[in-house]
Design a protein around this ligand. Structure first.
Ligand code: FAD
Length: 315
């Protein structure tokens, strides 16, 4: 038996989140004394077998279904192959896609699905710790299932370096999908931003209500451009129409994990914090020394952001 990783990709481009799923799956497989295997879904995923091998998969199963991503179809592929592959557990990363696909698979298999786990003790029963309420509390759960299906909370583990040169057996599986499995189809794509995004940028310069206006973000844009980062914001900002929702960091925005998050004029409400806390380092710039963001940050500058940011940029 093995622990099966459902690999997330977009038209054949591996999502970094998949590497987190491999790390998590390896920790479970080690406890069970079993290997890790990978499942690639979609004809365009064929080229990813070597990356899967490099991240620990001894076998790669490929279901070359036609067409773009579809949650029901991907879920149906997993459900169809589960009895064939008989894994001890199925793991994906808890991104929107990862959770969506595993939820469909679990529903099809009539099995429970535990999303957004941060720790697993795997034995006859699996004991899990998972994040709830947008990351503001951890829940301990015991999973009784013939086939545990779990996702690892995005950014809960670091994606480790691959061992280049590893190889895996690649097995192709033809899965016949019912017509209903193509209910949700991607018909069109709109590129909202080219290059770096909030989710991938190494540096994010975030602005909150303290920035005061849409024009006030010019100084944040200038610093972000100088540092090779992007601008993010709080919900107070999007509510005021100063920035688009695609820039929002937080529970109802994007969860970021940059090397450095510079939070300017942001109080650090829990709904913002859960989206920012995976940053490796946080620098808060705020006039209020008692602001939650200041208290939780690695570094803080107490002062007016319109004085501090130009000073950093020129420094
Ligand atoms: C269901 C739900 C979901 C939510 N989801 C999100 C979410 O995804 N993301 C999110 O951000 N929020 C979210 N919120 C809103 C959240 O609760 C806060 O209201 C919001 O984050 C506050 O934004 P803020 O920190 O910019 O504003 P404020 O809380 O008003 O803080 C402004 C800060 O700016 C400082 N400041 C003022 N002037 C200056 C200056 N010149 N220089 C330096 N500092 C200055 C102040 O001291 C203060 O700390 C959500 C709320 C709910 C109920």
């Amino acid at each position: 038996m093995s622990v099966l990783v459902v690999v997330e990709h977009d038209r054949g481009a591996m999502a970094d989140a998949s590497l987190e799923a491999f790390v998590f799956a390896r920790s479970i497989a080690d406890q069970l004394g079993e290997p890790v295997e990978a499942l690639l879904i979609g004809a365009d995923a064929a080229g990813l077998a070597d990356v899967c091998a490099a991240h620990g998969a001894v076998a790669v199963h490929h279901a070359p279904i036609a067409g773009d991503y579809g949650p029901e179809a991907y879920g149906m592929v997993i459900a169809s192959l589960a009895p064939v592959l008989s894994p001890s557990g199925i793991v994906a990363c808890g991104t929107d896609r990862g959770n969506e696909v595993l939820a469909h698979a679990a529903a099809e298999l009539d099995l429970p699905f535990v999303a957004n786990c941060v720790a697993v003790t795997a034995a006859d029963e699996w004991e899990l710790t998972r994040v709830q309420w947008g990351g503001s509390l951890n829940e301990e759960a015991r999973l009784t299932s013939t086939l545990p299906i779990v996702s690892v909370a995005h950014h809960a583990v670091d994606a480790e370096e691959a061992s280049a040169g590893a190889t895996a057996n690649v097995m192709e599986h033809i899965v016949e999908l019912p017509e209903w499995a193509s209910r949700s189809l991607i018909q069109d794509r709109v590129v909202l931003s080219e290059g770096l995004t909030l989710a991938t940028a190494p540096i994010v310069v975030g602005g909150g209500r303290g920035v005061g206006s849409a024009e006030g973000f010019d100084v944040l844009e200038a610093l972000a451009a100088k540092l090779g980062g992007v601008v993010g914001c709080s919900r107070a900002v999007t509510n005021n129409g100063w920035r688009p929702h695609s820039d929002q960091v937080g529970q109802t925005g994007t969860r970021i994990a940059p090397q450095l998050y510079i939070a300017c004029g942001i109080s650090g409400a829990i709904q913002h914090w859960v989206g920012a806390k995976a940053a490796k380092k946080i620098l808060a710039i705020n006039t209020d020394p008692a602001a939650n963001m200041v208290v939780k940050a690695d570094y803080a500058v107490i002062g007016d952001l319109f004085e501090v940011l130009p000073a950093i940029e020129q420094g």
